[in-house]
Design a protein around this ligand. Structure first.
Ligand code: HEC
Length: 148
């Protein structure tokens, strides 16, 4: 008989980084490149997008879960997004896309707004329990496909 021990690892990385934003970011994320984004935490850091990730396969997932805030084309102009503070990031902006890795995108989609780094009012929540991993990678690919 095999005895299985489940070890729960504490989130060791908690507090291990200092969020670079100096506060007072009340203007929202209209210029997202100006926001200092932390490195993805724990296992998320350095994660590679599978080669099979498919932007078109994410189209429906995007419409159902993301477009209301981020807009159909990911420009941050969804109807629900306009009332939010901070506002949804324009994910199409080259400055944003160049500033972040695939691991960062995957992390944010999975975990939302860890440590409230973009303000504790951020409407961005984590989707790891609702959208399976493969589809979250498809969303990353989808976002990459929208780069302006
Ligand atoms: C209720 C509105 C809302 C929904 C729904 C939503 N988001 Fe967001 N999202 C936001 C807001 C607001 C921000 C900007 C603040 C922040 O980064 O926390 C954001 C930030 C992000 C970021 C990080 C951008 C940055 O500036 O670093 C990514 C990536 C992202 N969203 C992807 C998605 C994806 C993919 C979905 C669908 C699975 C989704 N979001 C659903 C509101 C939303």
């Amino acid at each position: 008989m095999k005895k299985v021990m489940v070890m729960v690892l504490a989130v060791a990385a908690a507090g291990a980084f200092v969020a670079g934003c100096g506060g007072g970011n009340t203007a929202g994320n209209a210029a997202p490149a100006k926001v200092t984004r932390p490195e993805p935490k724990g296992d998320y850091k350095g994660k590679k997008m599978p080669e099979t990730a498919n932007a078109e396969a994410a189209a429906n997932t995007w419409k159902a879960n993301c477009a209301s805030c981020h807009g159909e084309g990911a420009a941050g102009d969804g109807s629900l997004g306009s009332g939010l503070n901070p506002k949804p990031t324009d994910l199409t902006a080259a400055a944003f896309q160049d500033a972040v890795g695939d691991d960062y995108l995957f992390w944010r989609i999975s975990e939302g707004n860890p440590d409230m780094m973009f303000g504790n009012t951020s409407g961005m929540r984590g989707f790891s329990s609702e959208i399976k991993e493969e589809d979250r990678w498809n969303l990353v690919k989808f976002i990459r496909s929208k780069k302006k």
